[in-house]
Design a protein around this ligand. Structure first.
Ligand code: ADP
Ligand code: ADP
Ligand code: MG
Length: 668
């Protein structure tokens, strides 16, 4: 086995690779760009080398620089992760020429699968079913239009060098063909330096099902079953799971055999994925899947396969690269349970999924408890920048059945706390709970089709969130562990009908949260106990703030919420969502005590802090007269209307009882 590895990548994938490398006893060498100097993958590596400025083409894509570092550091192998240089045949070749093992397939295999048209021709020869279409050399627009007509609309035009969903156009009607061709070709030329295209029959109701394959240099090849990646947005994967819902042994065997044949056709070595498009219009069938492309690297979604097979695919990669035989035969592999992965992105689903950049003021993941696995490259305080993929993390759930795994995932998404950037967490939670998805009714059009139901429209806080925010604020100001609930509230108590007038012996305070989702909560104190009036309904609350967040009891029901105090805002995290709530007057009391025209009474037992007016003074409505400290909060008692003070019955330092008369007014 290798004794050292340079990992030519960043973020979660660099950490993932490092994890297995360390378990195999390797010295780990990281590389990083200027903006990644403090990144986790740098801190965790045994050594780390600066590559250059943030843009990938000045850092993570600089193969020459990376090779120089690998030589200097004495790396025996280079693991490219995925993305960046992972499918760069020239880089793989340069590594081998420098005497450093490239952890991946041969440059020839990468090249053979690199262009979609050549790959499809190869697959046809190997008797692997391919999507009907045209994948020849003629690129004349009129010729291609005739081919499209022959294939039959709808068709899909694909840039042969395309990837990541780019350079593709669906065409439903011959009249739109010319324009779509131009678009796909232009995108291919611009993004991949190759404007050539191929044309495929557009499979209606398609599912994306891919097979994980592995081969060694001793002629062994196995597959590690399928992953269903049908849930996509703009041809990019959002949710991935294994096994595929509705998969049968017969279809699995046929797809596995086809994938192995595909790998063997290019003398494949290492980890690869053969992607198939499946016609799901009448269920999964052994003759209803077609080769789309082969990704000659580890996949982003490899964890779901690891979870159901119990294998460490990165360890497999290292073993194969070191010349060992595959760690397992086909018959030694089996599927246990079900795993689902979601990609947590810094993006705003409500704004057309616009990427969101900024500082991760809060980043708290669900506990990794054997059912939940988190793969991330960032930590609280890190920046999500414009330079790289805005993926924050992958959350993977495993359990014995699909339903149970999805329940785990749902709970995990609810426990998630992300503040500082917008995230797609609420969107993911809606997918995971959607009845059609739960039912396994999926195809690649799922997200588009259900978009209205999936994009969280309404992020307004509900009564529970309002109560949690008010309780958090009260706990915070109180600086004390607990607010106890008041005894019981009778249905017809004056409190329920309260609308701004004073109830003898009690005091009311209005807690104001401003901003986009601003709201007010009336809090009432009596005997050191608190209840909240929210949208006309009274709620009894108790609360306790700790480093873990807020633990609250609202009307007898326990809730927990994440709480983050920023300059003058409270960010409340509940149910997988976050509510940004600017405070009108954050730490000073926002007390409005209406009092009555006869006088002011202490709303609760406390100590007089200051007296702001004297006997005989004329006071205006709202003018503060007495400041009382109770429950470690200051409460200002103010004039209920324009009045003249008769008597001030207290002095600073006095201790007063609940309901004690402190000021009297002359009758107007
Ligand atoms: P798949 O190929 O399985 O569909 P992707 O296309 O999303 O999955 O995965 C490859 C892509 O991952 C790359 O093209 C790149 O945009 C992105 N990527 C590359 N490096 C990283 C990284 N370190 N962390 C997250 N994403 C990355
Ligand atoms: P990329 O290299 O960008 O990943 P793929 O060829 O793998 O391109 O296709 C990406 C996605 O586009 C697939 O996962 C699938 O959702 C959709 N797609 C590709 N080919 C077809 C087709 N013939 N019919 C319908 N959908 C397709
Ligand atoms: Mg693909």
């Amino acid at each position: 086995m290798f004794r050292s590895v340079l990992i030519a990548n960043r973020g979660e994938i660099a950490r993932r690779v490092m994890h297995s490398a360390k378990a195999l006893g390797m010295r780990t060498i990281a590389v990083y760009s200027e903006v990644d100097a403090d990144a986790l993958h740098v801190a965790e590596a045994d050594q780390a080398y600066l590559l250059g400025p943030a843009p990938a083409n000045e850092s993570y894509l600089c193969g020459d620089k990376i090779l120089e570092i690998a030589k200097d550091a004495g790396a025996e192998c280079i693991h490219p992760g995925y993305g960046f240089l992972s499918e760069n045949a020239d880089f793989a070749e340069a590594c081998e020429a420098a005497g450093i093992t490239f952890v991946g397939p041969s440059a020839e295999a990468i090249r053979a699968m690199g262009l979609k048209d050549a790959a499809k021709r190869l697959m046809e020869d190997a008797k692997v079913p391919v999507v009907p279409g045209y994948h020849g050399d003629h690129q004349d627009a009129e010729f291609l239009a005739r081919e499209a007509a022959r294939i039959g609309y709808p068709v899909l035009i694909k840039a042969i060098a395309g990837g990541g969903g780019k350079g593709m156009r669906r065409v439903d009607d011959a009249k739109d063909f010319a324009k779509a061709l131009e678009g796909a070709s232009r995108e291919g030329a611009r993004s991949f330096g190759d404007g050539r295209v191929l044309i495929e029959k557009y499979i209606e109701q398609p599912r994306h099902i891919e097979i994980q394959v592995f081969a060694d240099s001793h002629g062994n090849a196995v597959h590690l079953y399928e992953r269903d990646c049908s849930l996509q947005r703009r041809h990019q994967k959002v949710v991935e799971e294994a096994p595929a819902p509705g998969m049968t042994d017969e279809v699995r065997e046929a797809m596995g055999a086809a994938a192995i044949a595909a790998a063997q056709a290019v003398d494949y070595r290492g980890a690869g994925t053969v992607e198939f498009i499946v016609d799901a219009s009448s269920g999964l069938k052994a003759d209803g899947f077609y080769f789309m492309e082969m990704n000659t690297r580890l996949q982003v979604e490899h964890p779901v396969t690891e979870e159901i097979t119990g294998q460490d695919l990165v360890e497999w990669q290292f073993r194969v690269a070191a010349g060992e035989e595959l760690p397992a035969d086909q018959h030694e592999l089996h599927i246990e349970g079900h795993a689902v992965e979601v990609r947590l992105y810094a993006e705003n689903p409500a704004k057309k999924f616009l990427p969101s950049t900024g500082t991760l003021h809060r980043l708290k993941f669900p506990n990794e408890d054997g059912h939940i696995r988190i793969e991330t490259g960032v930590t609280e305080g890190d920046e999500v920048s414009v330079y790289y993929d805005p993926m924050i993390a992958k959350i993977i759930a495993w359990d014995t059945t699909r339903d149970r795994a999805l329940n785990r995932l749902e709970a995990g998404l609810h426990a998630l706390e992300v503040v500082g950037v917008k995230s797609n967490a609420p969107f993911l939670a809606k997918i995971v709970t959607h009845p059609a998805f739960r039912n396994g009714d999926l195809d690649t059009g799922f997200i588009e089709q259900h978009l209205d139901a999936l994009v969280p429209q309404d992020e307004k806080p509900g009564a529970v969130e309002k109560a949690l925010a008010a309780t958090a604020l009260l706990c915070h100001r109180q600086g004390e562990a607990e607010i106890r609930a008041m005894g019981s509230s009778e249905p017809a108590s004056p409190w329920e009908a309260l609308d701004g007038f004073r109830v003898g012996g009690f005091s009311e305070e209005t807690l104001k949260f401003s901003g986009e989702h601003g709201f007010e909560v009336a809090a009432r104190y009596a005997d050191g106990e608190i209840s909240l009036l929210i949208d006309g309904v009274a709620h009894e609350v108790e609360g306790e703030l700790s480093d873990e967040g807020l633990a609250a009891v609202i009307d007898g029901v326990h809730y927990s919420a994440g709480v983050l105090w920023m300059a003058n805002r409270l960010v409340l995290m509940h149910g997988g969502r976050s509510y940004d709530l600017p405070l009108e007057n954050p730490l000073a009391p926002v007390l409005v005590d209406e009092g009555n025209a006869a006088g002011l009474v202490a709303p609760m037992p406390g100590k007089i802090v200051s007296v702001l007016a004297g006997a005989g003074d004329k006071v205006r409505r709202g003018q503060p007269i007495i400041v009382l400290e109770a429950m470690k909060m200051e409460h200002t008692l103010s004039a209920p209307s324009d009045l003249k003070i008769d008597q001030i019955k207290v002095a600073p330092g006095d201790q007063v009882d609940d309901g004690a008369s402190v000021v009297t007014f002359l009758s107007p």
